[in-house]
Design a protein around this ligand. Structure first.
Ligand code: ZN
Length: 337
C-alpha cells in the first residue's frame, strides 16, 4: 500500500516547477561538477565489475582420483539391486564416506520392481559434514545401475545389465572426491551428500517408478531439514560433455540454475551451456516437491545411455573435474550464499 508521502511526491513530480536559470559564471563550475560525478560513477562501475569478475579460489579437485573412483565402482560390475556387486559397492561407498564425513547414515527399504525376480533391498547412503551448521547444501547422485540395457541397438542385449560408468558412477565419483576436499578445506556451509539407490529401476513412460531412493527420503524427511538448495549429478562424466539446463530445474529452481551457470562461466567452463534442453524426472524432483530448490546437472545427449556401451572409456577425468569444480564453486563462493 503506498504511503501518503509517496503519493504526494508523485503529484509534485507530475507538475514540476521550472528550474531557475543558472548564472553564466557558474556554468563552468556545473560542467566541471558533472564531469567529477561521471568519473566517480565510472570508477564505481569498474570497481564492482572487477569485484564480480575476480577469479574464484577453490581447493584443488583431483581429476585422477575422481576417475579412479569411477573405475573402482565399475570394477564391482553392474550395481544392480539384489546382486553381490550391489552389496559390495554399498559397503565400499559407506567406508569411503566414513573416511571424511562427520556422520554417515544408511537408510534402507525394500522394493518390488516389475522385471526383477525378487523384492530387493535399496539403501540410500547419506554423509553429513559440519552437522551443526544451519545453512546447508544438499548434493546427490545415484549409485545403482540399470538392470536392463533397453536402449541398446542390439535387442538381444535388452535384458543385460548396464555397467553405468556415466549413468551412476560418474556423479558418485565426483561426490566422493568432493567429500575428500570438504574434509581438508571445510566450506562456509554444512553439506549433506546423498548417494541414492533405485534411481534406475523404472519402467519407461512411468516417471514415479524411477528415482525411488530420493522419493523415499523425501517422504520420510524430517520437517526441520531444509537446505538452502540442492544439486544432483547424473551422467556428468561423458568425454564429450555438454550440460544444458534441465527443464524442471529451470522451472522450479531457476535461481540456482542461474547462479551455477554463472559460476561455470567465471571458471571458464564452456561445457555448461546456458540454455534449456530436455526435461528429466531425476532425483532432484522429490526435493523440489519437498520445497527445496534442487537442480539436476545432466548431459542427456550421451549416446550410450542405457546401453551395454556405458563403460569407463566413454568418460574422462577432465569432464569429472569440470563438473566437480563448478559444484565446489557453489559451496565455497560466499557471496552467492
Ligand atoms: Zn539411467
Amino acid at each position: 500500500m503506498p504511503t501518503k508521502s509517496k503519493h504526494k511526491k508523485r503529484q509534485v513530480a507530475r507538475h514540476p516547477q521550472p528550474a531557475p536559470p543558472i548564472p553564466s559564471h557558474n556554468r563552468r563550475l556545473v560542467w566541471f561538477g558533472g564531469l567529477v560525478v561521471a568519473i566517480i560513477v565510472a570508477a564505481a562501475v569498474f570497481f564492482f565489475k572487477q569485484k564480480e569478475e575476480k577469479p574464484l579460489v577453490l581447493p584443488p579437485f583431483s581429476a585422477e582420483s575422481a576417475f579412479a573412483l569411477l573405475q573402482k565402482q565399475c570394477d564391482f560390475g553392474p550395481r544392480v539391486p539384489g546382486t553381490s556387486a550391489h552389496d559390495s559397492c554399498r559397503a565400499f561407498l559407506a567406508a569411503e564416506l566414513r573416511k571424511y564425513a562427520d556422520n554417515v547414515v544408511a537408510q534402507s527399504f525394500t522394493h518390488s520392481a516389475p522385471g526383477l525376480p525378487n523384492e530387493v533391498k535399496l539403501t540410500n547412503i547419506i554423509a553429513s559434514f559440519n552437522v551443526n551448521a544451519k545453512r546447508r547444501v544438499l548434493l546427490g547422485a545415484h549409485w545403482d545401475s540399470r538392470p536392463w540395457a533397453d536402449q541398446d541397438s542390439d535387442s538381444l542385449q535388452h535384458k543385460t545389465p548396464v555397467l553405468g560408468a556415466n549413468d551412476g558412477a560418474s556423479g558418485v565419483a565426483i561426490l566422493l572426491e568432493i567429500a575428500r576436499v570438504i574434509k581438508s578445506s571445510p566450506p562456509p556451509v554444512g553439506v549433506d551428500i546423498f548417494l541414492f539407490d533405485g534411481e534406475d529401476l523404472g519402467t519407461p513412460g512411468e516417471s514415479r517408478t524411477y528415482a525411488l531412493g530420493s522419493q523415499h527420503y523425501a517422504r520420510n524427511k524430517a520437517s526441520n531439514y531444509n537446505p538452502l538448495f540442492g544439486i544432483v549429478l547424473d551422467m556428468v562424466g561423458d568425454k564429450d560433455l555438454q550440460i544444458y539446463q534441465e527443464g524442471n530445474s529451470v522451472r522450479f529452481a531457476g535461481g540456482v540454475v542461474e547462479r551455477v551457470w554463472k559460476l561455470a562461466a567465471r571458471l571458464g567452463i564452456r561445457e555448461f551451456i546456458a540454455s534449456p534442453r530436455h526435461e528429466v524426472f531425476d532425483d532432484h524432483v522429490a526435493f523440489i516437491e519437498a520445497g527445496i530448490p534442487t537442480i539436476d546437472l545432466i548431459d542427456f545427449d550421451y549416446p550410450h545411455w542405457h546401453t551395454t556401451q556405458d563403460t569407463p572409456d566413454k568418460c574422462s577425468p577432465a569432464s569429472l573435474e569440470k563438473v566437480g569444480k563448478v559444484v565446489l564453486a557453489a559451496l565455497y563462493d560466499h557471496e552467492g550464499l
